[in-house]
Write a protein that binds this ligand. Structure first.
Ligand SMILES: NC(=O)c1ccc[n+]([C@@H]2O[C@H](COP(=O)([O-])OP(=O)(O)OC[C@H]3O[C@@H](n4cnc5c(N)ncnc54)[C@H](OP(=O)(O)O)[C@@H]3O)[C@@H](O)[C@H]2O)c1
Length: 278
């Protein structure tokens, strides 16, 4: 049996660390009672450890959590996660599409081929995120909450408008000639632009069902994103100016708690303090 009971059920993909964990932490610290499904791929002990940390940080919280194995690259895993939640709980109130991949460093270091890097980035950030959302949409529709919410986590690098005008982060004109220098943030940037369309499409699909859909750009955060986990090679976020992920998580928690509901429709890409151009 699940301990969900009357609690608001929040499913966060990739919540064993980084921003996803910080969102779970932020929810545990709130007075409202949540039941958090801590999405994790690979070794599920990482989700179990994350839940122990949540309990240590907020021992008096009325919220609860359980681990949920989800690998966005595996239809089998998405299907098994769906059946588990359907049988155990029967609905989801808030779905947070947090899991994401930035493999650009792994490609630049030669650990992944360029094709593998592009395909795996897209598989997680676009294809897997869409198939996961499609699979779980009936559970959001089964929510009895006043406003079920669906969140997508996009990137400050994903704005086609800013990129085309040369005002995007990490924008630099390439020198004339060939070959061009290796450009980081390229597959990641493109995949997150694709995700923006995905979010817009889900907003359109679910608008008349009363489900609020958000596309959030949480800022440049000091997490494991972009590090080459296979070689242990970190991206130097200190030098690049990444901020505490708890700041981005605070923004996501506001959205989960309905503080930003009036900004849900028509959908826009939301930064904490501004609208990010498409
Ligand atoms: N960090 C930033 O500056 C920043 C800025 C804007 C947006 N975002 C977005 O915020 C979200 C969270 O990123 P983060 O910064 O917290 O990165 P992170 O620390 O690397 O966490 C990403 C999470 O996604 C999981 N994941 C990766 N591929 C997956 C897959 N195929 N299936 C299931 N889970 C998978 C990872 O699992 P493993 O632990 O197994 O790798 C990890 O739990 C991402 O969507 C990212 O694009 C981040």
């Amino acid at each position: 049996m699940s301990s969900a009971g009357a609690r608001t059920v929040v499913l966060i993909t990739g919540a064993n660390g980084g921003l996803g964990f910080e969102i779970a932490k932020g929810l545990f610290l709130r007075p409202h009672s949540y039941h958090i499904l801590v999405g994790c791929r690979g070794d599920l002990r990482r989700a179990i450890d994350a839940i122990s940390k949540l309990r240590q940080i907020s021992p008096t919280s009325s919220s609860t959590a359980e681990p949920l194995y989800i690998d966005l690259s595996s239809d089998e895993s998405i299907g098994a996660a769906f059946r588990h939640v359907q049988e155990k709980i029967g609905h989801v109130d808030i779905l947070v599409n947090n899991a994401g991949a930035d493999l650009d460093t792994a490609v630049a270091s030669g650990h992944l081929s360029r094709r593998e890097g592009w395909n795996r980035t897209y598989d997680t950030n676009v294809t897997g995120t869409h198939l996961f959302t499609e699979t779980f949409a009936p559970l959001l529709l089964a929510s009895r909450a006043k406003s079920p919410r669906l969140l997508f986590l996009t990137s400050g690098l994903s704005s086609a408008t800013e990129h085309a005008s040369g005002t995007s982060h990490k924008y630099a004109l390439a020198p004339a000639g060939w070959p061009k220098p290796k450009t980081l943030w390229f597959p990641y940037r493109v995949s997150k632009s694709g995700m923006n369309m995905l979010a817009a499409e889900w907003a359109r699909l679910l608008h008349n069902d009363g489900i609020k859909v958000f596309d959030l750009s949480p800022g440049f955060l000091n997490t494991g994103l972009g590090d080459n986990r296979a070689t242990g090679e970190p991206r130097d976020k200190g030098v690049l100016g990444a901020i505490d992920p708890a700041i981005g998580a605070g923004f996501c928690v506001e959205v989960i708690e309905g503080v930003r509901d009036e900004q849900a429709w028509p959908i826009r890409v939301m930064r904490k303090d501004a609208v990010q151009p498409w």
